[in-house]
Structure formats: structure tokens, C-alpha cells
Design a protein around this ligand. Sequence first.
Ligand code: C2E
Ligand code: CA
Ligand code: CA
Ligand code: CA
Length: 278
Amino acid sequence: AKQAGGQDYCYFTDELTRDAVNRFQMENQLRQALLHKEFFLEYQPRISLVDGSVRGVEALLRWKKVDGTRVSPAEFIPQLEEMGLITSVGEWVLHTACMQASHWQEAGLPPFKVSVNLSARQFQQADLCRVVAKCLEHSGLDPAWLELEVTESLMIQDLGESVTMLNRLREMGISIAIDDFGAGYSSLGYLKHLPVNTLKIDKGFIDELATDVADAAIVQAVINMAHRMGLEVTAEGVEQADQLDLLISLGCEEVQGFYLARPMPVPQLEDWILAPKS
Ligand code: C2E
Ligand code: CA
Ligand code: CA
Ligand code: CA
């Protein structure tokens, strides 16, 4: 028994060491990634259920290492946050997305919004407005075509400050979406204080929309509530036709999901937008 315990202990420290080594390696690789410009953006269409048009695209950060392997943002973004690098990477994302959107408009594509995800650190940055203003100025993008996505848990950490920040951003002409709506632990009571334009219903409620009565009831309630409050609704993570049909019948006006379009690099997105849809 003693021996087994010893082995358990060894196993445990091995695990810890391996985690630490992995993290150390990823940190080094992330620093290299910044130096060698291994980051790029993909864009996923947000599609109108009213007329089928592309109403917007969400910019999603991608990391492809020199050896060709890809790392999921769900993995490396928390790491960038911990390393204190997310503000500079986030600023690069914002700048790149604004430049791209402005370029699309100049190229004569039908206009659509570009939405950019903000991390906690970025949202709490006192000079976020200045950073956003700089990106708009450099790119020449009309602020009406920029949307920022923020999670609710982030906004209610300091409600008063968040409201001030959101109002300042909205005064600049930008719109704000609450990302992953319903997935956090926040209370609905906060919603009426938050000056936002759009609720993005979390994929977690969409997955079993067609088979789970409770999910359908929640999604219906969120859509009705949002509309009565003058907010727009986007359903995230739509993967199947029956989910889409239900969302149409529930009065949802916009969807994003693999069923209609995946996140795509720029050239592919341009082809997709210009291709005739049946
Ligand atoms: P998110 O903001 O909720 O972004 C949507 C995620 O859902 C994306 O994952 C997208 O590829 C995925 N998705 C969209 N439609 C479907 C679908 O039908 N089925 C499934 N299974 N997935 C779908 P991705 O690109 O891996 O990003 C994961 C998360 O990483 C994002 O979740 C966001 O929280 C974060 N992220 C990505 N880019 C950025 C960024 O530039 N800045 C910050 N701060 N966070 C980012
Ligand atoms: Ca998002
Ligand atoms: Ca989301
Ligand atoms: Ca998310």
C-alpha cells in the first residue's frame, strides 16, 4: 500500500510538472507567434432570417504555428490574458478588422457590420475608447459598421463603470452585442441598465432547441423580451435545418452557425459573399 501511495504521489507531481512545462512552452510559442506574425483573422457571416442577406461578420482570432498546427482560441486566449498580452493582441484584432471592413466597403461589397470580441482586460482598460477611436480614424471606417461583443459576466463586474464605458462607445456610433447571452450567472435585472443593441443567444440553448422543450421556451422568451426592449437577437451555433426553421418561427432575425457558414479567411469569405445564393 505504501508503494502504491508513493507512485500516486509521483504521478501527481509528474502531472503538475507536465502542466507547468506545457504552459511554459505555450508561452514561449506565443511570444514567437507575435514576433513571426502567426496570428490572423477569420470571419464568420451573421445572416438575416428576414431576407437572407449578410448582416455582419464576426472576426475570430486564429493562430497557425510555423509547423502548420492550429491552436484553438479557447486555449490560447486565456493564456494571452494571463501573460498580459491580450490588450496588445486585442488592439491588433480591432485594428485589422477595421482596416478589413473599410477595405471591403471601398471595394464596393454590400455593406455589413464587423464585430470584434473584447476580452475582460480590454474592456476594463481606461483608454479603450481612445484605442477604438484610433482604429476608426486609421481605417476610415464609419463607426456604424463596427460592433463590439462583450460578455454579460464581464459587464456586471462593475455595473456603473460598464454603463459609462458602453455609453461612451455608443456615443461614438458603435454598436454593442452581449455575447454568450444566458450562459453566465448574471441576473436579468442587469439587462435593463446595459445600453446594448444586440443579444447573442448562447449556443448552449440552440444545440437541443428542436428536441428540448425547456430550451425552446427559453429561446422564445429571450427573443420576445429582447424585442420588447428594442434589442436585436442573434442565435449562435446553428448547425441544423430544424434549428433554423424553429428560429424563424420564433421570430429570431439573425443567425450565425456552421449550417449556413463557417468562419473563413478573407479570400474565401469574399467569394462566399459574392457567390449567388439559392
Ligand atoms: P465566441 O465569441 O462565442 O465565438 C463563436 C465561436 O463559436 C467561434 O469559435 C466559432 O467558430 C464557433 N461557432 C460558430 N458557429 C458554430 C457552430 O455552428 N457550431 C460550433 N460547434 N461552433 C460554432 P472559435 O473561433 O474557436 O472561438 C472561440 C472563442 O474564442 C470565441 O467564442 C471567443 O470567446 C474567443 N475569441 C475568438 N477570437 C477572439 C478575439 O479576437 N478576441 C477575444 N477576446 N476573444 C476571441
Ligand atoms: Ca463572440
Ligand atoms: Ca458567443
Ligand atoms: Ca465564448
